[in-house]
Design a protein around this ligand. Structure first.
Ligand code: SF4
Length: 352
């Protein structure tokens, strides 16, 4: 592992960024002397957690058209924000987004201007605080996410496996962080990680910092070295498709926990074993399992949902969010329950 000349590294990376920066709706052009709007930087960084740029752009544009300032977002009803977020996943982010917008609005509509102050806000962890501090406020904060860890591991050919290597990679990132143009530098590293130093098939020949890199031409895909992974546990559950005179019963999930506050089909708990189909709101309903189980991967487990169908037309219907089948696509369902809606509709159409 060789030491990198930080000044030369920064100059090479920034010169490339000046030529090749991605044009993204939350960015300002490189070296423009202007600062990006903290609200837009914050919103984009929260949306980008665990989510691709391509998936985020339409959501970012929708949010900023509808709620152009942090005060406007703070005043929005929670259901509207959660519905607008539907499909983007990791819904705790949306609930924290509302809490954070309200905290900032209550403090006069201005975000704290440094990393430490930003970290006190709901949903803002070390990475996001550093990114906002660097990009919106020009603080020389060290920004480290999974992409930047990968770049650092390759530049220094770090043989320590993850996650033990994290502190080492952060120290490498800190040693390279500039005082001048820290926001452009952070975004340049993000672009490098996304487009050149990709997880698979890194484009070393096109890389602006290859002369600084210990892994170039030396099996770069090996880095960061991964520890052996335990398999994700499998869980099972039931989504209830209860119909009444052509309408389908939906519900709003409890505010805390998995997919908290989101619109969904009623479900059983998600268990290690397959649960049996009983829905307390519809005693005596004649449940039938549709032949279209839905598979979905969460971070900590994989889920198989059976869809249980029963029709209670002609009987009193329980209270709940009843929607016609045609309204399911626009009901603000998160991805898991969109899959249920599509699978259930297809299976019932086959039956008809
Ligand atoms: S030379 Fe290759 S491995 Fe090294 S930083 Fe560039 S793309 Fe990544």
């Amino acid at each position: 592992m060789s030491a990198i000349d930080a000044a030369r590294f920064q100059a090479d990376l920034l010169a490339w960024y000046d030529r090749s920066a991605r044009d993204l709706p939350w960015r300002i052009p490189p070296d423009s002397g202007r600062r990006a709007d903290p609200y837009r930087v914050w919103l984009s960084e929260i949306m980008l957690q665990q989510t691709t740029v391509a998936a985020v752009i339409p959501y970012f544009e929708g949010f900023t058209q509808r709620w152009p300032t942090v005060e406007a977002l703070a005043q929005a009803p929670e259901e509207d924000v959660l519905s607008a977020w539907a499909g983007l996943g990791y819904y705790a982010r949306a609930r924290n987004l509302i809490a954070c917008a309200r905290a900032v609005a209550a403090a006069g509509g201005r975000f704290p201007q440094d990393e430490a102050g930003l970290r006190t806000l709901p949903g803002i962890g070390a990475y996001t605080a550093a990114a906002i501090a660097a990009i919106a406020f020009g603080e020389g904060a060290t920004v480290v996410d999974g992409n930047i860890e990968r770049v650092m591991a390759r530049l220094h050919a770090v043989e320590t496996p993850m996650p033990q290597a994290k502190a080492q990679l952060r120290a490498h990132a800190a040693a390279l962080t500039p005082v001048r143009r820290p926001g452009d530098y952070a975004q340049a590293l993000m672009d490098l990680g996304a487009g050149i130093c990709r997880p698979r098939a890194p484009a070393c020949l096109a890389c602006p910092v290859r002369t600084h890199c210990d892994a170039a031409g030396n099996a770069p895909e090996r880095f960061p070295v991964k520890a052996a992974r335990a398999p994700r546990p499998a869980r099972h559950g039931i989504a209830y498709w209860l119909t009444h005179e052509g309408d389908v019963l939906l519900t709003r999930r409890p505010g805390k926990g998995l997919l908290g506050g989101m619109t969904s089909f009623p479900t059983s708990d998600f268990l290690d074993e397959r649960p049996s189909p009983v829905l307390a709101q519809a005693p005596g309903a004649n449940w039938r399992i549709l032949p279209v189980p839905v598979e979905h991967g969460f971070t900590h487990f994989s889920l198989t949902l059976a869809i249980a169908h029963a029709d209670i037309s002609g009987r009193p219907r329980p209270a709940g969010l009843w929607r016609s089948q045609g309204e399911l696509e626009s009901a603000g369902l998160p991805t898991l329950f969109k899959k249920v809606a599509r699978a259930g509709l297809a299976a019932l159409k086959e039956d008809a």
